[in-house]
Design a protein around this ligand. Structure first.
Ligand code: TRP
Length: 331
């Protein structure tokens, strides 16, 4: 039977944080047993916003190590460095010719980045969602484990698939997001989501217990005397949200009751939360260490998997070229 293909990617911007881990990697782990999966480190996307050329390669390797440490199994899924499979770029060009510029200019992610880096508004940034659509469609991906913030991009991918199919004949499935329980992880600052680009907002998957404790110590709280319903936003909401996802329902409930009874002690809650976060991350860190110490093992995986990915990718490119009517000669 045909297994559904799953595709997902994380930008090559260095260490994965808890938001990436709970929102994307946990979904990948759930899916790798049952589906035909390709999980990527998207380095071509990483260069659309300001970056250091001297650290891109390291940042790419870091995400690969985090993936392997977290338990992505190279026997079960394909692990890809996006730029090793240049067919991504080729397909994205073909797809760019059937999609309106105006739709790309209206996307919230593009507007945000434009506001964030007004002097770095390059073609690649506008093109970002087309490349992302190409990533998924190159493998005919049907399920995409990513955080909820990526939904507008997935909508673009579906529109592109639909448009291509209607213009050139049925070719691509319309990809759907695979949601995880941790699809939205709030920032430690209490404002917005946990993000690599916001200092003080994140916990890295490689942080040790002490670092986690120090970071949680800075999460803003209240006097502990408010009572009533737990807040929906702010630092206290972040603590409760992380407690729910990592400590489990029971522990979360205990603190909810404490909050209601106005006897919550945030120092205790933070200490317990640090422990449960570290417990979750420790096995990842241990496994990661093995791969970090054996770079040739990692290189072999990447080389082998790039070849396998390319085999799949070339078939799609061939089909697309034929359907779009490019000259094809048989050898
Ligand atoms: N845009 C995604 C993010 O910032 C990364 C990404 C690129 C991606 N290509 C993808 C995610 C394909 C899923 C599928 O998180």
């Amino acid at each position: 039977m045909h297994k559904k293909r799953v595709y997902s990617g994380i930008r090559a911007t260095g260490r994965l944080h808890l938001g990436n881990y709970l929102g994307a990697v946990k979904g990948m782990l759930q899916l790798q047993d049952e589906y035909d999966c390709v999980f990527s480190v998207v380095d071509l996307h990483a260069v659309t916003t300001p970056y250091e050329s001297t650290s891109l390669a390291d940042a790419t390797r870091t995400v690969i190590l985090d993936y392997l440490g977290a338990g992505l199994d190279p026997e079960k899924c394909l692990i890809e460095v996006q730029s090793f499979v240049p067919e991504h770029i080729e397909l994205s060009y073909y797809l760019s010719t059937i999609y309106p510029v105006s739709r790309l200019e209206d996307l919230p992610t593009y507007k945000d980045k434009k506001a964030q880096h007004p002097k770095y508004v390059n073609m690649g940034l506008l093109y970002y969602p087309v490349l992302m659509a190409a990533d998924i469609l190159l493998y005919k991906g049907e399920r995409v484990p990513v955080g909820i913030d990526q939904e507008p991009h997935l909508e673009v991918a579906r529109e592109i698939a639909r448009k291509f199919n209607s213009m050139f004949g049925e070719t691509f499935p319309e990809p759907k997001r695979f949601a995880t329980e941790g699809e939205y992880i709030p920032s430690l600052t209490g404002e917005g989501k946990m993000s690599k680009s916001v200092e003080g907002s994140f916990i890295n998957v490689t942080d040790d217990l002490e670092t986690i404790q120090q970071k949680l110590a800075k999460v803003p709280t209240d006097s502990g005397q408010l009572g009533g319903q737990i807040p929906q936003e702010g630092g206290v909401a972040t603590l409760f949200s992380l407690m729910y996802l990592l400590g489990g329902k029971e522990l979360h409930h205990k603190y909810v009751l404490d909050y209601k009874d106005k006897k919550i002690r945030y120092a205790d809650m933070k200490k317990e939360l640090s422990d449960v976060i570290y417990q979750e991350l420790r096995p990842l860190q241990e496994k990661r260490k093995y791969y970090e110490e054996n770079p040739h093992v990692v290189d072999n995986i990447l080389r082998e998997h790039a070849n396998k990915c390319q085999e799949i990718a070339r078939q799609t490119i061939k089909e697309v070229r034929e359907k779009m009517g490019f000259l094809v000669i048989n050898n």
